[in-house]
Design a protein around this ligand. Structure first.
Ligand SMILES: C[S@@+](CC[C@H](N)C(=O)[O-])C[C@H]1O[C@@H](n2cnc3c(N)ncnc32)[C@H](O)[C@@H]1O
Length: 290
């Protein structure tokens, strides 16, 4: 734990001064202060501007020091706050689950476009759901979709179920534990299968840097060449898709060709590559023969 040099931070300082004297970047200091304003004073984030001459009470100031220390130690902001916004919902997160990434919203959009096109009650399978990220976003935006979400991690599923209850989507999303398709009824068929599996190569130096150091390794890497989970998910999709059904997976920016090849090998049709907002090939989709 890094001890924050509090000599530059004092309880006599206003919100404005706390931000400017903070060792963190101003945008991160603002996020943490906004959290404290909401928690201790039920004030909205806009109070950082409208009441920037305000002072924190003793309890809030003590917590401010602790939050700043945790962030300086490298702990991800989402774990410090215990929540992360994703697509149209807010998810509770903790060290047992991957922090939802903005690029994963692409998979949600692909699924929602398919659900809209089908225009009927739709069955969706989310493999490796983590905090319930994709499953709950789809359920929230498409009330006529029923979603099964699986994960092998009991800790992740516990957080996902909690999120389902908080978002009041418990009836629409069923969470099951097991490895990929093993968790589900082997006779079930889906209109859409979605997955953001671990796809980072085990030797990737990013695993020991930044936020990734704090996230579960089993959510990030397959402890191999990065393609083994994708291969297992794609090669078994045919058994669990309805005729004409769609599978879409997220992958690394440099894995597009390998993933498209995997889809071709198993005979999927209408294979498409999808770009994220940074312009990287980030997802691939294909269809079972109608
Ligand atoms: C990259 S994370 C994605 C989490 C979530 N879907 C998201 O996008 O935020 C991969 C997830 O797959 C889960 N996972 C890893 N291996 C698995 C397996 N063999 N079977 C099922 N889930 C697995 C991990 O526990 C983790 O929650």
């Amino acid at each position: 734990m890094v001890i924050v040099n509090v000599s530059r931070m004092s309880i006599t300082q206003s919100l404005r001064e706390l931000i400017s004297h903070c060792a963190l970047q101003a945008n991160e200091a603002r996020i943490l202060l906004a959290h404290l304003l909401e928690k201790h004073y039920q004030l909205p984030r806009s109070a950082l501007l409208s009441r920037d001459d305000m002072h924190l009470n003793e309890q809030a100031f003590e917590e401010w020091g602790s939050l700043v220390s945790r962030r300086i130690s490298g702990e991800p902001i989402a774990y410090i706050l215990g929540k992360k916004g994703f697509h149209n919902i807010e998810l509770q997160v903790g060290p047992g689950v991957l922090i939802p990434r903005p690029e994963t919203e692409l998979l949600v959009e692909i699924a929602l476009a398919e659900i809209t096109k089908l225009n009927k009650p739709t069955k969706v399978l989310d493999l490796g759901t983590g905090s319930g990220t994709i499953a709950l976003s789809i359920a929230s935006a498409a009330p006529y979709a029923s979603v099964i979400a699986t994960d092998q991690s009991a800790e992740a599923l516990s957080i996902a179920r909690q999120n389902g209850e908080i978002l009041n989507l418990g009836d629409q999303v069923q969470f099951l534990q097991g490895s990929w398709y093993e968790a589900i009824d082997q006779k079930s068929h889906f209109d859409v299968i979605i997955s953001n599996p671990p796809y980072i190569v085990d030797q990737d130096p990013h695993l020991s840097q930044g936020d990734l150091r704090f996230e579960p390794a089993s959510a990030l890497t397959d402890f191999g060449n990065g393609l083994s989970c994708l291969q297992e998910i794609i090669s078994n999709a045919d058994r669990f898709l309805k005729p004409g059904g769609l599978i879409a997976v997220e992958h690394g920016f440099d894995q597009s060709k390998a993933v498209v090849d995997l889809m071709k090998i198993v005979g999927l049709l209408d294979i498409q590559v999808h770009l994220d907002l940074a312009g990287h090939c980030r997802a691939a989709s294909g269809r079972k023969i109608p």
